[in-house]
Design a protein. Structure first.
Length: 499
C-alpha cells in the first residue's frame, strides 16, 4: 500500500482505518502522540523537581507546594472523562488540538506567574487543558491505525513515551539549577514541544469515526455529563482545601468542609444513577460498572497504590532536596531507576497475568512497593544514595512493575467491550484523584504542614512519618489484592456482571 493511499482514503471517509505502521503518515501520527504524551509526562516529573525553588521564590510554605500539584490534579482528575467524551462527540483530532493549544497557553501563564496564587490558578487551567489532551493522544492512535497495527503502534508509543519520561528528572534538574528562577523554564519548556505537536497534527487525517458524525446529533448538553463533572470538582475541592489549609483555619471548619464535600460526592453518585436510567446525557461514571467485582476491586487497589505513589514522589522532593540538601538535578536523577525498571519490565510482567493471576501479581507488587517505602522511611541524616536510597528504590520500582500493567488489565478484563473506553478513563481518573487526596492528607497526618526551604535535616522526621503512612497505604493495597481474588485463577470472587 502506498503512503498516499492512507491519507486519501481516510480523508474521503473510508469505512476502515487505513494507516499502516511504518508508513510516512503512520510515523507522523506516532510522533505526534509520543511528543504530546511526553509533554504530560515531563510536566509531572519536572514540576516535582522544581517545587522547592518555586516555594523559595513565591513563598507560602508547604501549602504552595501542595497546591501546585493538587490544583492540576483536581481539574484533570475530575474532567479527564469529560475530555474523552468531548472527543467522541466533537471529534478526537479537534479536541486533542484544543487541549494541546490550551496546555501551551496555560504553561506560559505558569512560567510567567508573578505570585503563588496566579501560579495555582494557572495550574488548575493547565489541568483542564490536559483533560482534553491526554485522552486524545491514545484515542487517535486507536482510531487512525489499521486494526492489525494498533497493538504495535500503542506498544511503540508506550515504550518511546517512557524514554521521554526518563529524561524528565535530568531536564528538570538542569533547568531548575540554571538560576534562582530556573523553575520557570520547567513550564516554558512545554511551548516548543506543543508547537511541534500542533505542526505534526496539521498533516494527519481526521479519523473516519469523526468524519461520519451525524449532523443531527443532539445538543452537547445531552451528550456530556457537565453537571457530574461540576459536582466532582466541587466535592473534591471541599475535601482537599481544608486538608491543605488546616493550619490556617479552625478545626470545626475543616470538618464541616469535608462533610460537605462528601455530601456533594454522594449527590454526584445519585445523579449518575439517574443518568444511567435516562441515558441522556450518559453518566461519566456509570454505576453499573461497579457491580463488576474485578473492576471495582482493581479501582480500590488503584486508589491506595496511586495515593501512596503520588505521596512518595512528593516526599522525594522533601527528603532529598530539602532534608539532605541535594541539588535539583541530583534529586531528580535519584528517581530515575523507577522509570528505567518500569520501561524494561512492565510489558514482560504484563504477559505473566494469564499464568499467575491477579491475586499473585498484585499482592507481590503491592508488598514490594510497601517494603521499598519502608526502606526509604529509614533515610538517615547523612544518607548515601548508593547505600541508603538505591536499594529500597529498586525494590519499590520492581513492585511498581508488577502492579502497573496488571492493575489496568484486571480493571478492564471483565467489562463489556463497548464500555472499555469508559472503564479505562475511570481507572485513570481514580489514579489522579488518589494522588490529589493523598498529597493533601498524608503530609497533614504526618505533621508535615510547614517548613522553610532551607530547613535541612529538620524536615526529615516529618518525611519519615509521612513515608511510613505511605507504606501503610501500600500494605492495605496488598491485603485487598490477596483477599479480593480467588486462589485458583486470580479472578475476583463472587463476580457479578453489569446490566
Amino acid at each position: 500500500m502506498s503512503q498516499s493511499n492512507p491519507v486519501s482514503d481516510d480523508q474521503s471517509g473510508a469505512s476502515e482505518n487505513t494507516i499502516a505502521f511504518g508508513t510516512g503518515i503512520g510515523r507522523r501520527v506516532l510522533a505526534m502522540a509520543i511528543v504530546a504524551s511526553g509533554i504530560g509526562f515531563l510536566d509531572a516529573t519536572v514540576v516535582n523537581v522544581a517545587l522547592p525553588k518555586i516555594e523559595a521564590e513565591l513563598g507560602g510554605g508547604f501549602a504552595t507546594i501542595q497546591w501546585v500539584l493538587d490544583a492540576y490534579l483536581l481539574t484533570l482528575g475530575a474532567l479527564v472523562l469529560v475530555g474523552g467524551a468531548l472527543g467522541d462527540s466533537l471529534g478526537r483530532k479537534r479536541v486533542f488540538v484544543w487541549g494541546v493549544s490550551g496546555f501551551a497557553v496555560t504553561s506560559l501563564l505558569c512560567g510567567l506567574a508573578p505570585n503563588a496564587t496566579t501560579l495555582i490558578v494557572a495550574r488548575a487551567l493547565q489541568g483542564v487543558a490536559a483533560a482534553l489532551m491526554i485522552p486524545g493522544s491514545l484515542s487517535l492512535l486507536s482510531s487512525l491505525f489499521r486494526p492489525q497495527d494498533r497493538g504495535r503502534a500503542i506498544g511503540a508509543w508506550s515504550g518511546l513515551a517512557g524514554l521521554v519520561t526518563a529524561l524528565g528528572p535530568f531536564v528538570g534538574g538542569v533547568l531548575v539549577d540554571s538560576g534562582s528562577s530556573g523553575w520557570r523554564w520547567v513550564f516554558l519548556l512545554n511551548l516548543p514541544l506543543a508547537a511541534v505537536v500542533l505542526w505534526l497534527a496539521r498533516g494527519i487525517p481526521t479519523p473516519d469515526v469523526d468524519q461520519r458524525k451525524n449532523a443531527s446529533l443532539p445538543p452537547l448538553r445531552e451528550q456530556i455529563d457537565f453537571a457530574g463533572a461540576g459536582l466532582t470538582i466541587l466535592g473534591l475541592a471541599l475535601i482537599v482545601t481544608p486538608l491543605i489549609e488546616a493550619r490556617n483555619i479552625p478545626g470545626w471548619l475543616t470538618a464541616a468542609s469535608i462533610l460537605a464535600g462528601l455530601a456533594v460526592l454522594y449527590g454526584f453518585w445519585l445523579l449518575e444513577q439517574h443518568r444511567e436510567i435516562r441515558r441522556t446525557p450518559p453518566p461519566m461514571l456509570p454505576p453499573s460498572l461497579w457491580k463488576i467485582r474485578s473492576f471495582s476491586m482493581a479501582n480500590f487497589i488503584t486508589l491506595f497504590i496511586y495515593g501512596g505513589l503520588s505521596s512518595v514522589l512528593l516526599l522525594f522532593t522533601i527528603g532529598f532536596q530539602i532534608g539532605l540538601g541535594w541539588s535539583a538535578l541530583a534529586a531528580g536523577a535519584a528517581g530515575l531507576p523507577i522509570t528505567l525498571v518500569l520501561a524494561l519490565l512492565s510489558s514482560r510482567i504484563g504477559g505473566l497475568l494469564p499464568k499467575y493471576g491477579s491475586r499473585n501479581l498484585l499482592t507481590l507488587g503491592a508488598s514490594l512497593i510497601c517494603l521499598g517505602a519502608l526502606g526509604l522511611a529509614a533515610l538517615p541524616d547523612d544518607a548515601s544514595y548508593w547505600v541508603n536510597v538505591l536499594p529500597p528504590l529498586l525494590v519499590f520500582a520492581l513492585g511498581l512493575a508488577f502492579m502497573v500493567a496488571p492493575i489496568t488489565t484486571t480493571a478492564l478484563g471483565d467489562i463489556p467491550v463497548a464500555s472499555s473506553g469508559t472503564g479505562s478513563g475511570v481507572n485513570n481518573a481514580v489514579a489522579r484523584i488518589a494522588g490529589l487526596i493523598a498529597i493533601a492528607l498524608v503530609p497533614l497526618a504526618a505533621g508535615l504542614t510547614s517548613f522553610d526551604a532551607e530547613a535541612g535535616a529538620t524536615v526529615l522526621p516529618g518525611y519519615r512519618r509521612a513515608m511510613l503512612i505511605c507504606a501503610a497505604l501500600l500494605a492495605l493495597a496488598a491485603v485487598l489484592s490477596w483477599f479480593g481474588f480467588s486462589k485458583e485463577t486470580g479472578r475476583v470472587t463472587g463476580e457479578a456482571t453489569a446490566d
